[in-house]
Design a protein around this ligand. Structure first.
Ligand SMILES: C[S@@+](CC[C@H](N)C(=O)[O-])C[C@H]1O[C@@H](n2cnc3c(N)ncnc32)[C@H](O)[C@@H]1O
Length: 497
């Protein structure tokens, strides 16, 4: 493995040769990039058109898994070309031993351009290599989604639990003064450390399971997409996707262990899977995990798969389609689910907020609808929104509320009709929530421009509709509270918890 100084020297060489995200994107084009995201190298290879200049050589070696002459590589990256962690073989047919992909992002925490190091993608151009058990995954759709939902407020200490190639740590380093990364897999720890060195990021990497390496410590933010795949115990377990726990026991351990590792006000954000059993609604099962933590929670189930769809998805991910083992593994997995009473699998996003309320807020919902990524801001606004939504009637009625700038109103009805049949309020960012409202509620929301107290607005609408103020207030307040909790309305002076 290259130490920090050698890794940073390598980063300089990669940069000098134009092996950066923007320059590689310009060279292979959007189709080349999209192809690589689908594990297809041909679009990028065609864009290179046989070239063997320095940038093309690095793209071929570290992104396309093509052989390149060792002498050419040595001329570009120096001694690093002799490092077995990076390069295998010699002569004309030397190859990358790991992938080093240019990586760039621009999020609320700032802009970044660097690289991600990971094991070689095992499925490339339809060719399949069985990944080793301790395979270290590179950037995946799940990594991207977790990065998009992570709250990017500046914090003192962040934990990247199950760091893999270190991608979340690179993001966290942009807004956390200190980042700790843990992984059960020693190879992942080495890879994350190397990624951090390449990116000039200070990362405290520790090997061990879940919260063990950080016992007794506190964090303001914990992010994880743990190995959530609920596979039967198997000798060829892939550590990056399958924990050694039964069913979703690992997710349970992540959730229940979090409060002890979160500072007051701290947030845990998880992307994962959970079991759906026949004996209770999935929301109740998760509430049962979360309630003892004393945390507020926002859980969105994005998708629900039946057991067979789920098994097929992950057998394909492991490259078992078309192999003699497929049917046996399928049957074994189906029997495992049946023995545990699992009738479906929920896939989604879970956030715990250590807000220390007397009565925590548990918002656990199905949300399969289209969202507007990044949804980080929607997770960030949850705490203040809930606090405002819980104000006493008297306090709420005295507040000046304003509609959030992304809210639009849609009216539907027959052409020429005096009144619309449906009025829908829709948020154009975050979770893209939409809700049907009646005329009175629409009128009050429409008048919320931050100028007058809510009571005055309700009184004016009561006058217009010729109804009693107290009755209209009693009717509207519960629904206004829901609108506030879902971020349609906010006060300009949020109350403290
Ligand atoms: C799905 S990968 C996620 C990697 C990375 N966070 C990302 O966003 O791409 C899950 C990671 O958790 C690690 N892991 C597996 N079991 C673990 C455990 N019990 N404790 C900590 N990490 C674990 C795996 O080695 C793997 O690197």
């Amino acid at each position: 493995m290259l130490d920090r100084i050698h890794a940073q020297r390598l980063a300089d060489r990669l940069r000098d040769a134009g092996y950066t995200y923007d320059e590689v994107a310009a060279r292979i084009g959007p189709q080349g990039l999209d192809g690589l995201a689908r594990n297809a190298t041909l679009p990028a290879d065609r864009a290179l058109d046989g070239a063997d200049d320095p940038q093309a050589t690095l793209i071929r070696c570290f992104a396309l898994q093509q052989p390149v002459p060792h002498s050419a590589l040595r001329a570009l990256i120096g001694d690093a070309a002799d490092e077995p962690f990076l390069v295998a073989g010699a002569g004309a047919g030397c190859r990358a031993a790991i992938e080093i992909r240019p990586y760039a992002f621009d999020d609320a925490a700032g802009e970044h351009a660097g690289w991600l190091a990971s094991d070689l993608t095992p499925i490339l151009d339809g060719r399949l290599a069985q990944p080793r058990g301790d395979f270290v995954l590179g950037l995946s759709p799940a990594s991207v989604t977790l990065a998009q939902l992570t709250v990017r407020t500046p914090v003192a200490r962040a934990l990247d639990l199950g760091t893999g190639c270190g991608v979340q740590s690179v993001h966290l380093a942009a807004h956390a003064a200190a980042v700790v990364a843990t992984d059960l897999n020693p190879r992942a720890c080495a890879m994350a450390a190397f990624t951090a060195h390449l990116n000039g990021v200070d990362l405290d990497v520790r090997q061990g399971s879940l919260y063990e390496p950080v016992a007794g410590e506190g964090f303001d933010l914990i992010v994880t997409n743990p190995p959530y795949v609920m596979a039967p115990p198997h000798a060829s377990r892939l550590v990056y996707r399958e924990g050694s726990y039964t069913a979703d026991g690992l997710m349970h351990a992540v959730v229940t262990g979090a409060p002890a590792r979160l500072e007051p006000g701290g947030v845990l954000q998880v992307l994962g899977n959970w079991a759906i059993t026949a004996d209770q609604p999935w929301q109740d099962r998760l509430a049962h995990w979360i309630a003892p933590t004393g945390c507020d929670a926002l859980v969105l189930q994005r998708e629900r798969l039946d057991p067979y769809e789920y098994i097929e998805l992950w057998l394909a991910d492991a490259g078992l389609v078309g192999t003699p083992d497929y049917r046996r593994r399928y049957a074994e997995w189906a029997g495992y689910f049946e023995s545990l009473g699992i009738v479906g699998v929920g896939m989604g996003w879970l956030a715990l907020y250590r807000n220390e309320r007397d009565q925590p807020q548990l918002s656990i919902q199905d949300w399969p609808h289209q969202v507007h990524q990044p949804v980080a801001a929607a997770f960030a606004e949850f705490t203040d929104a809930v606090t405002t939504a819980r104000l006493s009637d008297e306090d709420l009625l005295a507040r000046r509320l304003a509609t959030t700038p992304d809210v639009t109103q849609e009216t539907l009805g027959r052409p020429g009709a005096e009144d619309p049949e449906h009025i829908v309020l829709r948020r154009g960012s975050g979770f893209g929530r939409a809700v049907e409202v009646d005329t009175a509620l629409a009128a009050v929301v429409g008048a919320c421009d931050g100028e007058l107290p809510l009571a005055v607005l309700i009184d004016a609408v009561a006058g217009l509709l010729a109804v009693d103020f107290a009755a209209l207030t009693a009717d509207l307040l519960p629904r206004l509270r829901t609108l506030i909790a879902d971020g349609y309305l906010r006060t300009l002076d949020p109350p403290a918890i």
